[in-house]
Design a binder for this molecule. Structure first.
Ligand code: ADP
Length: 168
């Protein structure tokens, strides 16, 4: 495994790193899954900043403070909704990881935790999503020296096993 990549099975709201990446929706107003958990634990300050930002397109990313979370920042990225695979889903998911990484670097983030974007309610096939996530992060790290640690945070056992297998 690349020295700067690690894998955990955890609730991402418990991570004490510089930033965590939320699988948000276009409104940025909160939802279910990981998004709901982050807003619940992080408190109203995050939602207020999200409202000021006003929204985000699929594949893009925005940053807010971490509110009551241990993490200093939350990077909110909007994953694609899986519609069979011929609607730029893979390209958009790759952009989620890439734009989150760029935003992290821009804000001096050294340690960054990713959730498994789009693999919940948005229905992206988990194995395919994991390959995109891992290859995008690996490629990025090969040209970046500022990020010290990327942590893939899997919440469900299926994603955890898939990541473990691909990363070994
Ligand atoms: P999306 O709408 O992008 O699919 P979801 O939140 O429905 O977003 O699911 C994305 C992933 O987040 C899923 O793999 C799910 O297991 C995971 N997840 C749900 N709750 C948490 C949490 N508290 N911490 C980390 N990951 C979580």
């Amino acid at each position: 495994m690349e020295k700067r990549i690690s894998l955990v099975r955890e609730d991402i709201t418990k991570m004490s790193c510089d930033a965590i990446v939320n699988a948000a929706n276009k409104t940025l107003l909160g939802g279910g899954g990981v998004d709901g958990a982050i807003h619940r634990v992080g408190g109203k300050a995050i939602l207020k900043e999200c409202m000021e930002i006003g929204g985000c397109e699929a594949g893009e990313a925005v940053i807010t403070g971490g509110g009551k979370l241990q993490a200093s920042y939350v990077i909110h990225t909007v994953g694609p909704i899986w519609r069979g695979g011929k609607n730029k889903e893979s390209e958009l998911l790759k952009n989620c990881y890439l734009n989150s990484l760029k935003l992290a670097v821009k804000n001096g983030v050294k340690t960054l935790a990713f959730s498994n974007i789009s693999t919940g309610v948005y229905g992206f096939p988990k194995r395919k999503a994991a390959h995109i996530a891992i290859s995008t992060v690996r490629d990025f790290l090969s040209t970046d020296n500022s990020i010290e640690k990327i942590i893939f945070v899997c919440f469900d056992e299926e994603n955890y096993q898939i990541y473990k297998e691909i990363l070994k």
